[in-house]
Write a new protein. Structure first.
Length: 267
């Protein structure tokens, strides 16, 4: 996990020692389903893989976990008590990754962003032994969408290498771009303009999420958003060129940002 999801791994260090194994088990499970599209050659194989995880969670809740290290870690962490609807929503959202067509518009992209991140935030809070109230539900919605959009912007070249484009089709078309051009890594100012539109929406959501009060108990769950804000700032400075050499945020800079956020109790 430290290699494949370093920001969540780092933020989880601010969780209580007793809850950290549960958080890590959840985040590794999320990695497993998030990488489905990368690891299969056909849509049906991806659907079978996601169904395997649905059935694995049935086993966790029934007290008969499958012999798999992540499943066993979730069982040991008490995941049987976590909200089944959140788990189902998180897995269902990854069905979208198996569709090679880009999202139709910003609304479709935001729907995807929320589905792949807001349930994860709610589950992470449950892993800490807390239950999100109505206010936190709204905060998690904004934070989850912002985090996902920033991650998608950073991953445009990677997704293109996987024959996937997650920028809105209507924005691409408005700039005279076809998804195949991105898949061929033909990134130019028109691409960056589309990415800027997505970045503006991510900034709006980020600002809204940061204005909301965050209980101390929920802070470790939302701290990854502090690091996402650093990544967004780098993208903005680079003109939304995802290949810019100045985009990488150093580990000491991340650690200082997280420490400052934790001390202030704000994301």
């Amino acid at each position: 996990m430290r290699q494949h999801d370093p920001d969540r791994w780092l933020a989880a260090l601010f969780a209580p020692d007793s809850a950290r194994p549960a958080l890590y088990a959840l985040y590794v499970f999320n990695l497993e389903i998030a990488r489905t599209a990368e690891q299969v050659s056909e849509t049906m194989l991806g659907q079978i893989r996601l169904q395997w995880w649905r059935e694995a969670w049935d086993g966790i809740r029934a007290g008969t976990p499958r012999r798999h290290p992540v499943v066993e870690a979730l069982h040991a962490a008490g995941a049987a008590a976590w909200n089944a609807e959140d788990v189902a929503a998180l897995i269902d959202a990854r069905e979208r990754d198996l569709d090679p067509a880009p999202p139709a518009d910003m609304a479709a992209l935001l729907h995807y962003a929320e589905g792949t991140n807001a349930p994860l935030l709610r589950l992470a809070l449950q892993a800490l032994g807390q239950t999100p109230d109505a206010v936190l539900h709204e905060t998690f919605s904004m934070a989850g969408q912002a985090y996902a959009l920033i991650g998608l912007l950073r991953a445009v070249p990677f997704h293109a290498s996987q024959q996937r484009v997650l920028l809105p089709a209507n924005l691409l078309g408005g700039e005279g771009l076809h998804p195949d051009m991105l898949i061929r890594q033909e990134l130019d100012q028109r691409t960056f303009k589309v990415m800027r539109h997505v970045g503006i929406e991510a900034r709006r959501l980020l600002v809204q999420a940061r204005r909301r009060p965050v209980p101390r108990a929920a802070l470790p769950v939302l701290l990854p958003l502090t690091l996402a804000a650093l990544h967004l700032k780098r993208l903005e400075r680079a003109g939304f060129d995802p290949t810019a050499a100045t985009l990488e945020v150093s580990q000491p800079r991340k650690q200082m940002a997280l420490l400052w956020a934790a001390l202030r109790g704000k994301i």
